[in-house]
Design a protein. Structure first.
Length: 521
């Protein structure tokens, strides 16, 4: 809310157009002891990290009138400078080296020091003080003091109607971003500042209580926080602390590049997350488009890190997808012991494209309820493992058939794949998501669609679903590529394409699936 100075009528701080995302503001609400009014308020402000285009301010009000504020800015308009700013709405005059009227919602007067080259990491005392009356009102001075050098600098004085009285028993310190619009929360500059508890009447009055608040208005709650400290609040904006997770089952809408590649964070930018180590697997399944020439049918997920993975998306003809797609994905550090297994392994298929994968920790004598797999590498060349059909499973391992983007078997060439195996049909660990797993046969309609019903209903619609074909694994219409959508508590819709990208129509197919209600845990 910075204002233009010296005799100019302004309309706020050259505000940007409506932002694609907006930050969640930070506020320390100060309550003062009951009083008919205070003649002075002081607050010490220390900017710890000076993000561009931020305003750190103490806002005050008058017993019978409007409000004002005093604070420091970085990247102020119009000169992109550090300044000290002092403004009061509804005031009727101002005096000082750089003072003038403004209009921001309603009119008032403002004074500024431009530039005022405050120093990061140094405390500055912001002071307002009653300064006598004349026939048209009472004057209030604004000062800023460098507490290291002891230098007090006069900002200016502003006059308000006498009927307003002195300062009221509530004030608030806040951090505000006023810079250019951004499209992602992670694009906001990082700002951090400490607001010491303010005092009144020359330091003789302390606040009686305070409430730190992060506004619910905004799109980026993970990027704003307040740390209460002894005698102070520390405000931070534009810097997220990712939540540490051990599993993510979610979906993302992304636009691949000209080669069909795009990096996908495990959690959305507004609420980022990270794994404590690189997850054991990332399994992907297309969600949309589910029709047309660019079906999200042939996918590999590679380059996984603690925060993201890279997707390569090819359509049903094996060509890169360069328009928006929606994909489901499952990533996990380690499955629940005895019930789940997550791994990424390398195998070399035989001349027909078949390979056997042995479980790292099989459950003695028990065949998994479901095994879902997707390709990792190679992510280029003629033999990208975009279709993995889990043709059979036993108590010790499973057989997979690997097909490339042309629909041919990947023969005698090493590939890497990720898989998720589940030995239970329904898992509710009590927190972090409820999952349902199964292997089932369905009959597609003439367009290749079928409805899959869960063996047990989920408590809410799944946030993530992945699926693999099981059979047919050979012949002219292999259940090579599955695209899933329309999730509900009881099931989902699947569209099945064969190795040539044509729909598997009016045919019985078997598939395995994993669906989870609860995006991350």
């Amino acid at each position: 809310m910075g204002l233009l100075g010296a005799g100019l009528v302004a309309v706020a701080p050259a505000p940007p157009a409506a932002a694609a995302v907006a930050p969640n503001g930070t506020y320390s609400n100060w309550t003062w002891p009951a009083s008919s009014g205070y003649y002075n308020m002081d607050e010490r402000l220390t900017v710890i990290n000076a993000g561009a285009h931020y305003f750190w301010s103490h806002q005050f009000g008058f017993v019978g009138g409007d409000v004002g504020y005093i604070g420091l800015q970085n990247g102020s308009y119009p000169n992109n400078t550090k300044i000290a700013l002092y403004s009061v709405w509804g005031a009727n005059a101002a005096e000082g080296p750089n003072c003038g009227p403004f209009v921001e919602g309603s009119p008032g007067y403002t004074c500024r020091l431009d530039p005022y080259n405050w120093v990061t990491g140094r405390a500055y005392r912001l002071r307002i003080w009653a300064n006598g009356t004349d026939s048209q009102g009472e004057w209030w001075e604004g000062w800023v003091q460098d507490t290291v050098t002891g230098t007090d600098t006069y900002i200016g004085r502003i006059r308000v109607p006498t009927a307003w009285g002195w300062l009221t028993t509530g004030s608030v310190s806040f951090t505000e971003y006023f810079g250019p619009q951004v499209n992602l929360c992670s694009q906001f500059p990082w700002a951090k500042a400490q607001f010491d508890f303010p005092t009144a009447n020359a330091g003789t009055v302390q606040i009686s209580s305070h409430v730190p608040t992060v506004s619910s208005t905004g799109n980026c709650p993970a990027y704003s926080r307040i740390y209460p400290q002894p005698g102070a609040d520390v405000h931070e904006m534009g810097h997220a602390i990712p939540v540490t997770v051990s599993r993510v089952d979610s979906s993302a809408t992304v636009t691949p590049d000209s080669t069909g590649r795009v990096t996908i964070p495990y959690c959305p930018d507004a609420n980022p997350c990270q794994f404590s180590a690189v997850p054991a697997d990332v399994v992907v399944t297309g969600r949309s488009p589910i029709g047309g020439p660019g079906i999200a049918a042939n996918l590999v997920a590679y380059g996984r890190t603690t925060t993201a993975f890279t997707l390569r998306a090819l359509n049903q003809s094996g060509n890169p997808i360069t328009s928006p797609v929606v994909v489901y994905y499952h990533a996990q550090l380690n499955g629940t012991p005895g019930t789940e297994e997550d791994r990424t392994v390398s195998v070399t298929p035989n001349s027909s494209g078949y390979a056997t994968v042995n479980y790292a920790n099989p459950v003695a004598g028990v065949v998994p309820t479901a095994v879902v797999a997707s390709g990792v590498s190679p992510d280029g060349g003629p033999d990208i493992p975009v279709s993995l059909v889990v043709s059979s499973k036993t108590a010790t391992g499973f057989t997979v058939r690997a097909l490339n983007q042309s629909g041919a078997a990947i023969a005698s060439n090493s590939i890497t794949l990720s898989y998720f195996a589940a030995w239970t049909g329904y898992l509710d660990p009590g927190s972090g998501g409820v999952s349902v797993n199964g292997t089932t046969a369905v009959t597609t309609d003439s367009s290749g669609y079928a409805t899959v019903t869960f063996g047990q209903a989920l408590p809410s619609a799944p946030t993530g679903m992945v699926a693999s074909g099981v059979s047919p694994s050979a012949g002219g219409s292999i259940a090579a590529s599955l695209v899933v959508d329309t999730p509900s508590t009881t099931g989902f819709r699947v569209r099945v394409l064969n190795q040539n990208g044509a729909v598997v129509a009016s045919q019985s197919v078997t598939l395995s699936y994993h669906a989870v209600a609860g995006a991350a845990g």
